[in-house]
Design a protein around this ligand. Structure first.
Ligand SMILES: Cc1cc2nc3c(=O)[nH]c(=O)nc-3n(C[C@H](O)[C@H](O)[C@H](O)COP(=O)(O)OP(=O)(O)OC[C@H]3O[C@@H](n4cnc5c(N)ncnc54)[C@H](O)[C@@H]3O)c2cc1C
Length: 382
């Protein structure tokens, strides 16, 4: 339980919620007017706030922008939400995207109206960071899922300035906790948000050790988790490495990804995440429509899209009217079948999680694979 007395005494947000509930959203760091909160990668491999104690004035601003403390969604309830199977009518877009290419269609509609799109892009040394773009050529940077925590740096402050002071329309895309954090900063009508159905985020130190085990010190030129050359259902990890043969593997059989979807090394807050359940945080939600009915199954990819409020609903219908996307009415239960976390935000906490995270640096990824990942099966709730 979060202790409300601590909020009144204006302790920094991280001291109110505790490190285990911190989603790594960067809300507190963006809120701090005194620049005394730095986001650093923790021993477990997740962004966490570090406070420069002697400079913190205990003003309590960071608690106002910590979504764990200050965000309540007033979006549609389970009964009200509109669920669709959806895909882009542009095959090039659809094939280049993780699922049905809905993100690109929404993003293009903003850019066509001189808007700005913010989302996660690969950065230096296989890090992921949020950037803002305003032209279609840069959309490829944001397209496709990167299953690594994104560095949001000062993006919320930038977006608040864009929507409130400059009157620009902005589409922000990210995990549900990131969308919740941004919404604690602004209620501007100029902001539209799309969250991803989120399985949680895995540890960066595990990812780095896994890359070392494959690239063996060579430079990685490009990395994708979602190559569709085998089709949507058998999507591949593809890594292009300097002076080495490319690495290719069906993503669900890839050792790192398998450990991630078996919940062996996700951020602690992901195991019981209110943002991953309904009511959602974004105006719309985008994911993969796993377990889609036979009549709509298509190896080019099908998205599950949730309209979480009237704003989200009208945008989807406008894109359908312009024949940019196809929408098919579905029941929320159909989406939950392939994405059970929508129901309650629950992930199966693995007993060996902290052991894995404490051993990986010393023992290396291969040891973790042999001893923990290889014989673990994915947890499927009843
Ligand atoms: C960490 C993570 C976990 C996910 N878990 C699930 C899941 O369990 N089930 C499911 O159905 N779908 C999940 N998704 C969503 C899914 O992978 C696709 O993003 C979604 O189907 C949209 O696909 P698309 O074809 O419309 O667009 P794409 O072009 O593939 O979507 C790209 C979008 O994802 C955002 N994005 C990419 N990487 C990150 C990141 N690291 N952090 C924040 N935002 C990011 C981009 O900003 C962009 O908006 C997850 C995505 C992420 C990033």
């Amino acid at each position: 339980m979060i202790n409300n007395d601590n909020i009144n005494s204006k302790l920094p947000a991280i001291k109110v919620i505790g490190i285990e509930k911190c989603t790594s959203c960067f809300g507190c760091a963006n809120a701090c007017k005194f620049n005394v909160i730095e986001m650093k990668i923790s021993e477990e491999g997740f962004f966490k706030p570090e406070i420069i104690e002697d400079k913190c004035v205990n003003c309590g601003l960071c608690s106002k922008n910590c979504p764990v403390i200050s965000f309540e969604s007033n979006n549609f309830t389970k009964e009200e939400i509109k669920t669709y199977a959806a895909f882009s009518t542009n095959d090039t877009t659809r094939l280049a995207s993780s699922s049905g290419g809905i993100f690109t269609e929404i993003a293009e509609s903003f850019i066509e109206e001189s808007g700005i799109v913010s989302g996660a892009a690969w950065g230096e040394n296989l890090t992921v960071k949020h950037i803002c773009i305003d032209n279609k050529d840069d959309l490829s940077k944001l397209r496709s899922s990167k299953y690594i925590q994104s560095n949001l740096d000062t993006i919320y402050s930038t977006i608040v300035d864009l929507v409130e002071n400059q009157g620009r329309k902005v589409l922000f895309t990210g995990t549900p906790c990131q969308v919740a954090a941004l919404k604690t900063f602004t209620k501007s009508e100029n902001l539209f948000t799309a969250d991803v159905l989120c399985h949680g985020v895995p540890s960066k130190i595990i990812f780095d050790e896994y890359i070392n085990s494959i690239a063996k010190g060579h430079k990685v030129n490009s990395y994708t988790f979602r190559d569709k050359s085998n089709g949507w259902s058998k999507y591949k990890v593809k890594i292009n490495i300097d002076k080495m043969k490319s690495y290719e593997c069906i993503t669900r059989q890839d050792p790192f990804f398998h450990g991630f979807i078996c919940d062996l090394y996700s951020n602690l807050s992901c195991y019981n995440c209110k943002f991953a359940a309904v009511p959602r945080t974004g105006d719309i939600t985008m994911g993969d429509f796993w377990k889609i009915s036979e009549d709509l199954m298509d190896e080019r990819g099908v998205s599950v899209v949730l309209a979480n409020n009237v704003k989200g609903l009208s945008l989807l219908h406008e894109l359908e009217r312009q024949n940019k996307i196809k929408l098919f009415n579905k029941d929320l239960k159909d989406a939950i079948k392939g994405n059970p976390r929508i129901h309650d935000g629950f992930l199966n906490m693995r007993k060996k999680r902290s052991e894995i995270l404490s051993k990986v640096k010393e023992e290396g990824f291969q040891y973790i694979y042999e001893n923990y990942i290889k014989n673990t099966d994915r947890y499927i709730p009843d």
